[in-house]
Design a protein around this ligand. Structure first.
Ligand SMILES: [Zn+2]
Length: 274
């Protein structure tokens, strides 16, 4: 358990995703039952050193993950002292980092995701709908153990733009309360469903504990990155959006490869928005 905690501490530091992959490959995976310190590693976490992984297997995904330079020590972005909390498509940073986010949670939850995130050391932020989080809490807790952070994406996933303050606050605070109960941490980031929001959303999110409301810069679906600018390259501070869908393993890999091509390193949003 000491080793696990040490590794978890390492996972929160600035080193890039694949940096620790070889070191932690033989450690217990997040999907291994946690409470017993003597729990042995899951078979899938102990690849034979000489075997070539089968394409599509967890070992294969780990083997395909790029090796990144160490991420720079995070310099948190400035937050306004007064007035509304910010709404960002990308973080205002020049540091050579980009951010991976995974939304929703109700549609599909590929079983190898937590182990992939753990073994390839992928920093992820999950914007969850609270009913899906509650129904599948063990799944999301495994990703949390692997280093993922849970944030707020409302209860019902309805568009908030134009709705009353009371409605928006109920959707945002209601989800924040439930997620805090489930995962032991108050959400500090909020993403509105469909990215649709208004000034009331910013106020309600702030009143529910959010420090920023986030959109995204790129989307990833079925292993393809879709850029919203003609340069087709991930920029420093960009936020990549994917979902808990059947191809999430491919989406994670595609995001890592795109970030690597851009000369950036994946980092954790929560290290930059404090
Ligand atoms: Zn969503």
């Amino acid at each position: 358990m000491v080793t696990l905690l040490t590794l978890l501490a390492l996972s929160a530091c600035a080193a890039g995703p694949a940096f620790h992959a070889r070191q932690i490959a033989s450690q217990p995976s997040p999907s291994t039952p946690a409470p017993t310190p003597s729990a042995s590693p899951s078979p899938s976490a102990s690849p034979s050193p000489t075997a070539r992984p089968t394409p599509g297997s967890l070992d294969w995904y780990v083997s395909q993950a790029p090796t990144f330079p160490a991420a720079p020590p995070p310099q948190p972005v400035p937050l306004p002292v007064t007035g509304p909390i910010p709404f960002w498509h990308r973080l205002p940073t020049d540091q050579k980092v980009a951010f991976i986010t995974i939304d929703d949670g109700g549609l599909a939850r590929p079983p190898a995701v937590a182990d992939f995130i753990w073994r390839a050391h992928i920093p992820v932020t999950m914007f969850l709908n609270s009913p899906a989080a509650e129904e599948h809490d063990v799944y999301f807790r495994q990703i949390q153990v692997a280093g993922g952070v849970v944030e707020n994406h409302t209860i019902r996933h309805n568009s908030l733009a134009g709705r009353s303050y009371d409605y928006q606050k109920q959707e945002i605070c209601g989800a924040a309360d439930k997620l805090q109960t489930l995962f032991g941490k108050r959400a500090t980031l909020f993403r509105p469903p469909f990215g649709e929001y208004d000034s009331t959303t910013l106020q309600a999110a702030q009143d529910c504990g959010a420090k920023a409301v986030l959109h995204w810069s790129e989307t990833v679906h079925e292993g393809k990155v879709r850029y919203q600018t003609p340069e087709k390259v991930v920029q420093p501070g960009d936020i990549l959006l994917m979902h808990f869908r059947p191809a999430l393993m491919d989406d994670l890999l595609a995001a890592l490869q795109a970030i690597h091509r851009a000369g950036l390193t994946p980092a954790l949003l929560e290290d930059y928005i404090r």
